[in-house]
Write a protein that binds this ligand. Sequence first.
Ligand SMILES: [Zn+2]
Length: 94
Amino acid sequence: MLLITCPWCGPRAEIEFQYGGEAHIARPADPVALDDAAWADHLFMRKNPKGKHRERWMHRSGCRRWFNMERDTISHEITAVYRIGTTVPGKEGT
Ligand SMILES: [Zn+2]
C-alpha cells in the first residue's frame, strides 16, 4: 500500500485516494479545428510509461481536493506531490 502525502492533509493511506489519470493534459487551443481522429486522440489516448509518470489524484476520503503526483509506475516510488497549478518541486519550468 502506498503512503501518499496530501498537500493539505499530510501523509495518508492509499485507500483514501482516487486515481484521476494523467496530469498536465492541455486542451487544444482550437478544438473545433480538429478532425475526429485528432479529437479522439486528445480525449482518449494517454501515455503509459514504464517509469516516472505525472498523475492526478484526489483525496476522496479527506479534503476531496485534486493534486498532482509524480510516481514511478514500476516501483511505485512517489517522487513529488504538488498542487494543481504549480510546478513539480525542484523541476520548475516543466
Ligand atoms: Zn487532503
